[in-house]
Design a protein around this ligand. Structure first.
Ligand SMILES: *[C@@H]1O[C@H](CO)[C@@H](O)[C@H](O)[C@H]1NC(C)=O
Length: 304
């Protein structure tokens, strides 16, 4: 479900291949490896699969997904959104979460879809999760960046945010920017800006590739595995379940648009904090993976 497992497998192989290439090549180089009122999950989301494994609790204030040997589970937003700032608090599968993947992402539909991904790859007890990010525009991704978190994401809820406007897609963890994907259409790089996206999340098993390259399998004696969600907040243009984007398109072009997120970008402090994260916590960056792109790094890498 969720993100195409086959693509992930390809990516895992690519990373494995580039790590290998790195370790064994003489010419070594560094491979980094809306409204402010508290909302109710009942109003904003539907549990879409998992046969009862996804639950909305506490009067709509909490949502949980679970995974066992038979199935994972997932939910999606009722609305589609075109630009905005979207916050969600997640508490990830604790303990031995090896082989589990918690995906939290925005996506439009169809073969030329756009997508903005957070994905959390579980690990054995005491070993760190990998936070995997990607951006697809017009059906094309291959823009992976991976991070280690500077806290244990299973002990407590932490806020994962996506700021998306016509010029930037910024990923935040607890208010700290970790990635800024800029609009480089002027250089011929497609940017997601015309297709409204839904919010999706799923908890599923991918022990063929997710943890330490697939070497560590899920320990089903620990099942069910559970991830929890709360504090959803969308300051965003919601276009409704039918997906007509005229309202948001109008918003975007209105000179007097007063939504704070429409022209928001990182200031000097934000950029400094992002550099700190990228220097200290980034473990993979497609923009430095020259073995993967023998014809040359993607265009946005030379300006990002
Ligand atoms: C799990 O832990 C190992 C050892 O610390 C690390 O190499 C790996 O990147 C971690 N994450 C995943 C998803 O395998």
């Amino acid at each position: 479900m969720a993100l195409r497992p086959s693509l992930h497998k390809q990516f895992a192989l690519l990373v494995a291949a580039s790590v290998l290439a790195f370790c064994c090549s003489a010419a070594g180089r560094s491979v980094g490896l809306a409204p402010a009122s508290p909302s109710s999950f009942n109003n904003d989301f539907d549990i879409t699969w998992g046969d009862g494994r996804g639950k909305i609790l506490n009067n709509g204030q909490l949502l949980s997904l679970s995974l066992d040997k038979t199935s994972g589970s997932g939910f999606q937003s009722k609305n589609q959104y075109l630009f905005g700032n979207i916050d969600m608090q997640l508490k990830l599968v604790p303990g031995n979460s090896a082989g589990t993947v918690t995906a939290y992402y925005l996506s439009s539909q169809g073969p030329t879809h756009d997508e903005i991904d957070f994905e959390f790859l579980g690990n054995v007890s005491g070993q760190p999760y990998t936070l995997h990010t990607n951006v697809f525009s017009q059906g094309k991704g291959n823009r992976e960046q991976q991070f280690r978190l500077w806290f244990d994401p299973t002990k407590d809820f932490h806020t994962y945010s996506i700021l998306w406007n016509p010029s930037h897609i910024v990923f935040y963890v607890d208010g700290t920017p970790i990635r800024d994907f800029r609009n480089n259409e002027a250089r011929g790089v497609p940017f997601p800006k015309a297709q409204p996206m839904r919010i999706y999340s799923s908890l599923w098993n991918a022990d063929d590739w997710a943890t330490q390259g697939g070497r560590i399998k899920t320990d089903w004696t620990q099942a069910p595995f559970t991830a929890s969600y709360r504090g959803f907040k969308a300051d965003a243009c919601a276009v409704g379940s039918t997906g007509s984007s005229s309202k948001c398109a109008a918003l975007q072009t209105t000179a007097g648009n007063t939504n704070w997120w429409i022209r928001q970008e990182l200031d000097a402090t934000g950029q400094e904090r992002m550099r700190w994260v990228q220097r200290n916590h980034m473990i993979y960056n497609y923009c430095t993976d020259v073995n993967r792109f023998p014809q040359g790094l993607p265009t946005e890498c030379s300006v990002a």
